[in-house]
Design a protein around this ligand. Sequence first.
Ligand code: XMP
Length: 513
Amino acid sequence: MSAPVFILDFGAQYSQLIARRVREMGVYCELLPYDTPWASIAGRNPGAVILSGGPESTLAPDALDIDAGYLTSGVPLLGICYGMQLIAKRLGAELVKLDHAEYGPADVRISAQKNALFEGLGPTLRVWMSHGDSVTVLPPGFEALASTDRCAVAAMGDATRRIYGVQFHPEVVHTESGTELLRRFVREIAGMPNDWRMDSFVETAIADIQANVGSANVLCALSGGVDSAVAATLVARAIGTQLTCVFVDHGLLRKDEAEQVVVAFRDVLHLNVIVVDAKQRFLEKLAGVDDPERKRIIIGHEFIAVFEEESKKIPNVGFLVQGTLYPDVIESKTPQSKAGHKIKSHHNVGGLPERMNLTLVEPLRALFKDEVRELGRVLGLPEHIVARQPFPGPGLAVRIIGDITPDRLHVVREADAIVRDEIDHATLSPHPWQYFAVLTPVKSVGVMGDGRTYANLVAVRAITSEDGMTADWARLPHDLLARISTRIVNEVPGVNRVAYDITSKPPATVEWE
Ligand code: XMP
């Protein structure tokens, strides 16, 4: 694999999108904090550097800045929005604050037709703008490449030094020819080959894992989710039986899920899997607990306790595999990441490495979610694991509002199986991102077979989303909803009413607890 493209992140909402676009061209890239010193990456022989946009103004006294090394390194540079203004400012331009900021669609007129970035793209492009400052006097050596009614320099370039800037956002879909502009910069101006492929990723990752782990034993907490499944499979390819996967069945899984996970990993992929039946233990700890946060905390603690007990039985363990993804890595590094309010205590194995003195192996750290799915397919994982919808760590516990009992678990599990079965078999566009049943604590009166019933209310939740951070309720066809409702009431004992959740996130969350 050739040299990477680095993206310096100044906190734009779209920074990850730039990384995606570059990867989609078959070029490997990494997103780094804006203040990464040039010296720390120079040794990796960068092929190009892209400076992202950001919410701040370069005219502010404490404006975010870059290491001067980038500007003198000779590496091709592309600044987007804030990134362009910063390059301009650092190389001697003049900038002003606009009387009226320019947000949303704008038509840019291309003034330099003989230019590697814009040549042949037509006299105007409809682009997406989001800025309050503008370059008025270009830095020495630069020419203006495009303008709008409000912004005299909507793009600039110095072909000799291969330094370019665009005031608009080529990475968003609303910008006409945006992907093509990025492609021209990366592939033609910077001359990067398109050699980023999953197969080459697998080879490099396997070699890295082998070098890193040596002869030590490695543990992995398998949840059945896509990330841990792919991470475990990749590590097993590298070190075979040195890897032991521990699958804790906490009894809060969906219908037939534990069996499916065991079959897939032990029988099909031949991974070394220890299954711990901890159903009773979790149920006892959760008895009488109806507070959502307490449920989550109990499950998290108990999970760690069970995992620790099992892993003590394996000698010479030095490493723990985690399915950390690229967005999780970036989250904790960008200038935007702030402590924020705690909404829910998410269940993960975060506390384990320190407690057990283990070093982390995170082979998916460079990948986005859909790249992880692609990797899973390349590694031969079954489609029902690779295409799995997200499922929370605390499982069905957060889909039973109120007390968790074996009977209530049975109700929500059966109702959930019906919701999934019906939606999985429907042709929907877009297909909902996540869909499930919730058992509410509400009982209501009904009539069945001429007799009165007083039974449970089940809620159905189906959402569209890209990442679970925001979501909208899925506009499911009425006849599909009718089938789901009829089947739940007829097939699940103890349910006489079904409601559909029509709340987006925010203000609601995806899960009810
Ligand atoms: P919320 O309910 O926070 O859910 O809007 C957003 C997404 O996260 C999933 N979720 C979890 N995932 N551990 C997880 O691994 C958890 O504790 C957890 N809680 C919620 C939820 O299913 C949705 O996809």
